[in-house]
Write a protein that binds this ligand. Structure first.
Ligand code: SRM
Ligand code: SF4
Length: 558
């Protein structure tokens, strides 16, 4: 239980926020600055936004004695990454009118818009609302966007499992009406008892909370990196229930040895929907009551779990639900990447997964992705799904409409773009980092594409082009592109410098290990050249790069 006398500043802001209202209204009306009041920057996150500034322009503006160029990023709530064609068209328009125009698919299957100035926030949320889209609880100390295995073509019961993402998202929504009041001009509620929130109470959770649902054998959602992961147990094409894993979380802080990345621990199995939802709810109440509210660096469920011990945590959950979890059932993961190209599901609908480098949907000199997707959406013959690998699936296309959609994809060279990208590139993701992320120490999505162009010749030199090597980069150790769960992970330490991590497995069941610190580009290329050469020479027949580097460099070094 946290020290009540030593609460972090954010805890005090949450409690004093009057149901997440803070002084956001006043901040919005203040025309002297493009920023909002400091306390409100914490409150606004619960409404799905972050205050940022253009870091590329900090110096220039400081020289001119100008305030930073403040803008806001807004993130939508899309459980399981599903968006209808109609909503996609709306998001396109809103992005064009109010933000940079780039739609960014995130590593948790939703989309973000960057670069909104303060006066554009309300119109943006109002337009989203008209399109039946919202950004509630996509940030802040609360349950975030629920992710779910995204390939309907891979499992006959995908729809059944997928429905849980919505149910969980609904179950864990905050009760406050502040979002509607502040952004959508709803009347102030007279009776505050309508807002009483038995789950989040007044202080919400000690830290963000993430839930992912995986459908084996695909672990595309990286289920063990979530605070709570559900693993669908399917026998004879029937959903039997879920194994429940808790305590995943990736962030570390350079120089703070008390912080660590951790994969979730499976604590048992629940069969019925009622039991699954009850267990999720009470896992969260235990974290709410026992999590650290003094030190935000140590506040995620993973630390609560390790402090209490796995058995004690499970027992506390079982005490609250009133039933015991069954022993975990067997399952097997054998892939994590997306299944590119067309795939048909059991019901006969078609799905096209296309490659979107680092999830950035825009028209550039290589491919007019944004225009192509808009044209597909305008046919009204498909929906869309985002994947946890920052890609997109054109979904639910009837057999009779497939040729028309395919023609658009051919016309805009989307198919060519997807099929000709190297295996390495398609297995890589990078976080946003500069210029918008205030925490970035180094570049990520702006640098990764060019670094891959330099690694591809190495892969070719060592004849490893057909290997599925999962490579991820982040601009800081917070781990937004899950680099610690990659076979090759780059974690930014300073401009142009990255820690190199190796030895994670291909399926997402083993974290990697720090191999070399603060390498520059030449250092990275040199290390990878040597690693690939040794891998080629010494690997066992079916050994993946991750398993090989774990055996040789992690176990071998122990
Ligand atoms: Fe993240 C903070 C972007 C997935 C761990 N993350 C941030 C912020 C909001 C920076 C900030 O606090 O001001 C970044 C905004 C950058 C920008 O300009 O857009 C940011 N995180 C992202 C996204 C957009 C990366 C991407 O390129 O896709 C992902 C949005 C997911 C979503 O839709 O909700 C994103 N972040 C993740 C993941 C991966 C995941 O969840 O699967 C992680 C690691 C897993 C985990 O949570 O342990 C992650 N982000 C963090 C952390 C470290 C949390 C911690 O435990 O300490 C921070 C910093 C914080 O919360 O203080 C952070
Ligand atoms: Fe920003 Fe760091 Fe997350 Fe990248 S990993 S988006 S640099 S917080």
């Amino acid at each position: 239980m946290s020290d009540k006398n030593n609460l972090s500043a954010i805890e005090k802001i949450k409690t004093a926020s009057d149901g997440l209202r803070g002084s956001i209204q006043e901040s919005l009306h203040d025309e002297i600055t493009g920023a909002i009041r400091e306390d409100d920057t914490a409150v606004i996150k619960f409404h799905g936004m972050y205050q940022q500034d253009d870091r590329d322009r900090r110096e220039e503006r400081a020289e001119k004695k100008l305030d930073r160029l403040y803008t806001f990023m807004i993130r939508l709530r899309l459980p399981g990454g599903f968006i209808s064609a109609e909503k996609w068209i709306a998001a396109n328009e809103i992005a064009g009118e109010n933000s940079t125009g780039v739609i960014k698919i995130t590593t948790r299957q939703t989309i973000q818009l960057h670069g909104l100035i303060k006066s554009k926030i309300r119109p943006t949320i109002q337009s989203f609302n008209e399109a039946k889209l919202d950004s509630i609880a996509t940030c802040g100390d609360i349950n975030r966007n629920v992710s779910c295995s995204s390939h309907p073509g891979e499992s006959p019961i995908h729809a059944q499992v997928f429905a849980y993402a919505d149910k969980i998202s609904e179950l864990l929504m905050p009760k406050t009406k502040a979002y509607y009041e502040i952004w959508l001009d709803d009347d102030k509620i007279a009776d505050k008892s309508e807002e009483v929130d038995p789950l989040y109470q007044e202080r919400y959770l000690p830290r963000k909370f993430k839930i992912g649902i995986a459908i084996p054998p695909n672990n595309d959602v990286d289920v063990f990196t979530n605070d709570l992961g559900l693993i669908a147990i399917i026998e004879n094409n029937e959903l039997k229930g879920f194994n429940i894993a808790i305590g995943g979380g990736l962030s570390t802080t350079h120089g703070n040895a008390a912080t660590y990345a951790r994969l979730g621990t499976v604590i048992g199995f629940a069969d019925t929907e009622e039991k699954v939802l009850k267990t999720i709810y009470e896992v969260i109440t235990v974290q709410r009551d026992f999590g650290n509210r003094s030190d935000r660096k140590l506040a995620r469920l993973k630390y609560t779990l390790d402090n209490m011990g796995v058995d004690a945590y499970r027992q506390e959950v079982e005490k609250r639900t009133g039933f015991k979890l069954e022993p975990a059932r067997p399952y097997e993961f054998n892939q994590r990447g997306d299944r590119y190209g067309w795939l048909q599901n059991e019901q006969g609908l078609w799905y096209y997964t296309l490659f979107i480098e680092n999830g950035r949907v825009l028209d550039d000199e290589k491919v007019a992705l944004k225009t192509a997707l808009l044209e597909v959406a305008k046919t009204g013959k498909s929906n869309f799904l985002f994947t946890s690998n920052q890609n997109m699936i054109i979904s639910d296309v009837a057999d009779i409409d497939k040729a028309q959609v395919n023609e658009i994809l051919e016309k805009f060279k989307i198919i060519e773009h997807t099929t000709t990208a190297s295996q390495l590139r398609k297995n890589s993701i990078a976080c946003v980092a500069l210029p918008t992320c205030p925490l970035a120490l180094a570049e990520a999505q702006r640098y990764m594409p060019s670094l891959i162009s330099k690694i591809e010749p190495l892969v070719a030199k060592h004849q490893l082009q057909n290997e599925d090597i999962i490579m991820r980069m982040t601009g800081c150790p917070n781990g937004c592109a899950r680099p610690y769960a990659a076979e090759i992970g780059f974690v930014g330490t300073a401009p142009g410098r990255y820690n190199l991590h190796i030895g994670g497995d291909n399926e997402g069941e083993r974290l990697n290990t720090l191999y070399k610190e603060s390498l520059d580009e030449a250092g990275i290329i040199n290390e990878l050249d040597n690693l690939f050469a040794t891998f080629k020479k010494e690997r066992n027949t079916t050994e993946s790069f991750g398993d090989f580097s774990f055996r040789k460099y992690v176990q071998g070094a122990a």
